[in-house]
Design a protein around this ligand. Sequence first.
Ligand SMILES: Nc1ncnc2c1ncn2[C@@H]1O[C@H](COP(=O)(O)OP(=O)(O)O)[C@@H](O)[C@H]1O
Length: 215
Amino acid sequence: MALRVVLLGPPASGKGTQGRRLADSAGVAYLSTGALLREAVENGTPLGLQAKPILDEGGYLPDDLMCGILGEWLERHPDGWVLDGFPRSVPQAVFLDQWLEDHGQSLDRVIALDAPLEELLHRILGRVECPDCRWTGQESQAPDDHCPICGATVSRREDDDETNFRRRHAAYTRFTVPLLDYYQTHGILSHLDATASADVVSGAIRTLFDPTTAG
Ligand SMILES: Nc1ncnc2c1ncn2[C@@H]1O[C@H](COP(=O)(O)OP(=O)(O)O)[C@@H](O)[C@H]1O
């Protein structure tokens, strides 16, 4: 089935971990817009040069730019996806709805991963990312700094310091939290407690798509 899911949640709420797991189990594509931008920065592409100062400051890229990137990506992935990091604002959500309507597609579910700021800050300070496969997790999950998925050497993200995290969290509150109301009114939003372990959250997500438990 061509599952189409959007994950919402503040920085370090587990969107990357859960997004990959859900995409793998459903056999659909996974996109992290943050990982896409960090790769562009590392490769020094024109997009990366534009994104770098914004990522360094913990702000959001312009909606028009992100909608252009997404439009191209969605064209290449007609058979379903899990989106982590898009939409991140109401204009981006309006763009996505219009794009889906124009292409005869629809969104199955929006999952909001909820966690308090203190828990997120704690996670951010112990978080590492793989430069090759973009796996993200805690340092304790990467023995001897090796990625558990591909074995490359992991490192902290440049933007994972407390000041940058607090700015990203503020941007999330200002631009992304209004999306919760937007999707609530569309009747496709599910809130999950993201303070539980990754496996418990994955189980809760599976339950959302399990026809035997669907009400
Ligand atoms: N849809 C988007 N619109 C604007 N900026 C974005 C978008 N997606 C990613 N970004 C930029 O990439 C950064 C990193 O995103 P991400 O990896 O999802 O990190 P996190 O969720 O941990 O903050 C964001 O803080 C923002 O600057």
